[in-house]
Design a protein around this ligand. Structure first.
Ligand code: ADP
Length: 430
């Protein structure tokens, strides 16, 4: 890899996301705002495979040790810089998920140091998803963050809704606030507030935003910042800074072809309804029994022997999706992690087998399940296409040794998607 000559860098926005489905969520917002976007799984070994406006590097760094999160994020930064990225966007969760040590603060500090910048913003506001920030306090729906259930999160319990305090505990820089009074007045007032905070020695400012209009007013005020840190909401206001407006062309993907299938390892409520809906249409569906998987090495091969002859007549569904009682019972017998990993491995092997059998349009339900399937398919870069439902776009992965031809993938995390998602998705692709 050699660095591009000055002015050659065509990549406008280089994004670093701290988890996989969060990366897709950001990519989806950028596409809707008119950018052509590729999401990479981890830091690519080589250069970009396609010419795009933005790249989102998906890491899995939200809850790992801060030093590892910093190292991985700096790796991603260096790669994005080599691709010529003009602005860097560090994306985290819209509920500001972090542990007492980070990783939002440490990663922001490291990126600021590496970019040689003394100021950035931080806001998880995502009004479309009912995440709003007011006077520095984060609301999820109608309640404060620490009353939203997030206070009980197993990995990142969020017990303080005041983001200035939360971030101040994680960074050596001074944290300040760009409050709604400035945001409501527009980009110029926000710019004045930034200058004032900078003069006071503030390095990172939480930004209030309660509506998309707030985010659109914020966008132009961020044009000159080398680094923006945020949830996916702020993305809607940035493409305009590069002269980009929403356009259907941004979501163009290669034409879809080949056979269709759905695999689901998500046990979320929405997915349970989607599985029931697909079965009710009379299409073929096969349930995976985790206990059988634990006793029988050949479950994937047996499922493929059932599924492959059916594919020519339309999509099939293979699912381990079950209600919470069934999941608890399996977890009680096999252990939570062991059950999860085993089911993920099996579904990933089935996804690979389906693609080898000619499936070129594959819907995957479940965040972790998606990660396992993408890995099994050898996918490292995804071009982001049209939205099926909020937060879930169709993606296209270029050919690799395993699949011979490109594959369209819809990677749906847990509670996303309407009840008829598993059939509707194929209609959207045309
Ligand atoms: P979601 O996005 O809904 O959280 P994930 O794929 O991220 O879905 O997580 C679901 C986890 O549950 C995965 O690790 C998966 O392997 C596991 N799992 C799926 N089905 C079952 C089941 N029937 N019993 C126990 N664990 C399961």
């Amino acid at each position: 890899m050699s660095a591009p000559a000055a002015g050659e860098g065509r990549l406008k926005l280089g994004c670093i996301a701290d988890d996989f489905t969060g990366a897709t969520d950001l990519a989806n917002n950028l596409v809707r705002a008119g950018m052509r976007v590729v999401q990479t799984i981890g830091v690519p070994a080589g250069p970009l495979a396609a010419e795009v406006d933005a790249v989102v590097v998906a890491l899995k760094s939200r809850t790992i040790a801060p030093a590892d999160a910093v190292a991985q994020s700096l790796d991603a930064l260096r790669w994005l810089q080599v691709q010529g990225a003009r602005q860097i966007y560090f994306k985290y969760c819209s509920t500001f998920d972090s542990t007492a040590e980070g990783n939002i603060g440490p990663v922001t500090d490291a990126l600021m140091d590496a970019l040689g910048t003394d100021f950035t913003i931080a806001t998880p506001a995502f009004p479309d998803n009912k995440r709003t920030v007011f006077k520095g306090y984060l609301f999820a729906g109608d309640v404060l963050l620490n009353e939203s259930g997030m206070q009980n999160h197993p990995l990142t319990p969020m017990t303080d809704p005041n983001l200035v305090r939360v971030l101040q505990a994680q960074t050596r820089r001074k944290v300040g606030l760009i409050d709604h009074v400035a945001v409501a007045r527009g980009a110029e007032a926000i710019g004045e507030r930034i200058a004032q905070l900078r003069a006071e020695g503030v390095g990172i400012a939480i930004v209030d935003a309660v509506s998309n209009d707030d985010l659109l007013r914020l966008g132009p005020a961020l044009a000159a910042l080398p680094l923006v840190t945020a949830g996916s909401g702020v993305a809607i206001g940035l493409p305009g800074n590069f002269g980009i407006a929403p356009s259907p062309a941004a979501s163009d993907l290669p034409p879809a072809s080949g056979l269709r299938a759905v695999v689901s390892g998500s046990c979320s409520l929405a997915t349970n309804r989607q599985v029931a809906n697909f079965i009710a249409t009379g299409r073929p569906a096969m349930a995976l029994d985790p206990l059988r998987i634990s006793q029988d090495e050949d479950v994937a091969a047996q499922v493929l022997a059932w599924a492959v002859p059916l594919l020519a007549s339309g999509p099939v569904l293979v699912y381990s999706t079950a209600d919470s009682e069934a999941v608890k019972s399996v977890q009680g017998r096999l252990g939570v992690e062991e059950a999860g990993a085993m089911v993920e491995r099996t579904i990933a092997a089935i996804a690979r087998g389906l693609v080898e059998a000619g499936v070129r349009q594959l819907v995957v339900a479940g965040g972790e399940t998606s990660g396992a399937c993408v890995q099994a398919l050898g996918v490292t870069q995804l071009q982001i296409g049209m939205q099926i439902d909020p937060g879930v776009p169709w993606c296209h992965a270029k050919a690799d040794a395993a699949s011979q031809a490109g594959v369209h993938l819809a990677l749906k995390s847990g509670n996303f998607g309407s009840e008829d998602f598993f059939t509707k998705a194929f209609g959207v692709l045309g």
